[in-house]
Design a protein around this ligand. Structure first.
Ligand code: FAD
Length: 471
């Protein structure tokens, strides 16, 4: 195991006079902002990072209040093969474990109803020919999309086709509701707005991994040596030949370049006023790419006096009783696959989660989640000793969970979102990635790309050393 502690340089540091390099103001201390800031700073740029919250990490948030690292935002390294995060772990000696090992298993009153694969097979038998029609529609429309023809539809239409069967047993109808819920959770938007052509169901089968010490390790590692000002809510950015001027709730910062890495939801709300206003192409991209839209993914992580769920439970599911309850903590993961600590994490999603986040207290959310655990493993599961919940929708610095491929958006929009304005205002963050949007590694890659772009635009040096922990 190597311990990677080098400088994150992209050009030979000594080639430039520090005095000539532009001063960069990075807005947002999530993974994209910190990676960009660290590369630029280690390459000699004067850099300052402004963060609205009183913590680093953004949608990476490892909470330790349960005496156990609980990730309330990103948890998994999605797709471990050729992933910069796994390379970063390997170079720096951070342990990761391939997880989950099995498909989800569904429980009701302590009994196993079946595994995901078993229910899928059963659904296949019962939904003939509607299931075949649904698969046919997916293949046909995605094929048309690949060759540049129109014909996109929202994803819910596929589920409508699948449900179009009067003879389907109740548990399989409920399994379809669960599939709807997990599709929305993975994609990050409502089925009525997710584009079929942007959807790639095969990515659900890629191998993933988790970090027993929590995702925060990437944040603390990237933040080393940076000048970061917390509790600085950026409200306005003006730019021109003189440079940039960034107004916060406290003071005004001036520099030569600003790099904006706030979530797309924050840009959609116009929480930051740009002067002059952003080009129409950029504004259109901000409007077109999907984000929030009545959907959120939230978590509860709870510690119990003892484990009452299956040993090595991996992922566990509750089949929703009604379609509108599909996001009501219907998906659970065993949070300590290594030591067997009695910690379990439940997911709330879809419009159910938005309503619950707005209307329920933390304690009420916990009560609902325990009701569901009772449905699965009860009737009398113990009360948790402690719990933590996320509220990503009403949080003004996330305004939702992550971007999704909407019917209106395409790769052009994501490229337009990344594009710098007048070589003064740069952009990065998960929503700028054309393929791996909605992920940590996608956000990281946009941070790296923004640092390289700033470097090319302002130093003219094409040579890249790539002394980065994931290269
Ligand atoms: C519940 C949930 C589960 C997820 N699970 C996974 C997973 O398992 N695997 C995975 O790969 N990805 C997952 N993701 C997605 C992943 O967390 C994000 O894609 C990634 O962390 C985004 O990084 P970012 O730097 O683009 O944005 P962020 O992390 O959101 O960083 C942006 C920063 O900007 C700050 N900011 C906002 N407004 C202002 C302002 N006005 N002034 C100053 N600062 C501001 C924010 O506070 C934040 O720190 C999950 C996300 C959520 C919400």
């Amino acid at each position: 195991m190597n311990n990677y502690n080098g400088l994150w340089t992209i050009h030979p540091y000594d080639n430039f006079s520090k005095a000539l390099l532009p001063r960069v103001i990075v807005i947002g201390a999530g993974i994209a902002g910190l990676v960009a800031a660290r590369i630029l700073k280690d390459s000699g740029f004067p850099v300052i990072v402004l963060e609205a919250r009183n913590r680093l990490g953004g949608r990476i948030w490892t909470d330790n209040s349960l005496g156990f690292p609980s990730d309330l935002g990103a948890t998994w390294i999605h797709g471990i093969k050729d992933n910069p995060l796994t390379k970063w772990c390997e170079k720096s000696g951070f342990q990761y474990i391939v997880w989950p090992k099995r498909p989800p298993i569904f429980y009701e009153r302590k009994k196993i109803i079946g595994s995901f694969n078993q229910l899928l097979l059963e659904l296949g038998k019962y939904s003939f020919p509607s299931g075949l029609n649904a698969v046919g529609t997916v293949i046909k429309l995605r094929g048309r999309h690949v060759i540049g023809l129109n014909g996109d539809i929202p994803l819910y239409k596929i589920f409508e086709q699948l449900k179009n069967n009067n003879h389907m047993p109740e548990h399989l109808k409920r399994f379809i509701y669960w599939c709807e819920c997990i599709t929305e959770a993975i994609e990050g938007g409502p089925l009525t707005k997710i584009s079929l052509c942007e959807w790639n169901p095969l990515e659900y089968y890629q191998k993933s991994a988790i970090l027993p010490i929590g995702m925060e390790v990437f944040i603390t590692n990237a933040a080393k040596g940076l000048d970061i000002k917390l509790n600085r809510i950026v409200k306005a950015i003006s730019y021109g030949s003189e440079g940039v001027c960034v107004e916060t709730n406290h003071e005004i910062f001036t520099g030569d370049i600003a790099l904006v890495t706030v979530p797309l939801g924050v840009l959609k709300r116009n929480s930051i006023k740009f002067s002059p206003s952003l080009p129409s192409r950029k504004i259109k991209a901000i409007e077109n790419i999907g984000y929030g839209d009545g959907f959120v993914l939230n978590k509860i992580i709870a510690r119990f006096p003892k484990r009452f769920w299956a040993k090595n439970g991996d992922r566990m599911g509750w089949l929703p009783d009604k379609e509108e309850n599909r996001g009501k903590f219907s998906f659970w993961i065993d949070h300590d696959p290594i030591n067997g600590e009695p910690v379990i994490g439940g997911y709330a999603s879809s419009d159910w989660a938005v309503k619950a986040e707005k209307e329920k207290t933390d304690y009420e959310l916990c009560e609902v989640s325990v009701e569901i655990l009772n449905e699965m493993f009860g009737p009398e599961c113990p009360q948790p000793l402690g719990f933590v919940v996320s509220r990503w929708f009403t949080d003004p610095f996330s305004c939702g969970s992550y971007s999704y491929g909407s019917l209106k958006s395409s790769g052009h929009d994501r490229r337009a979102l990344f594009e710098p304005v007048a070589k003064k205002i740069y952009f990065a963050g998960e929503a700028c990635h054309t393929r791996d949007y909605g992920t940590v590694h996608g956000a990281l890659e946009t941070g790296e790309a923004a640092a390289i772009k700033i470097h090319e635009d302002h130093c003219g040096c094409k040579k890249k050393l790539h002394q980065l922990p994931w290269h």
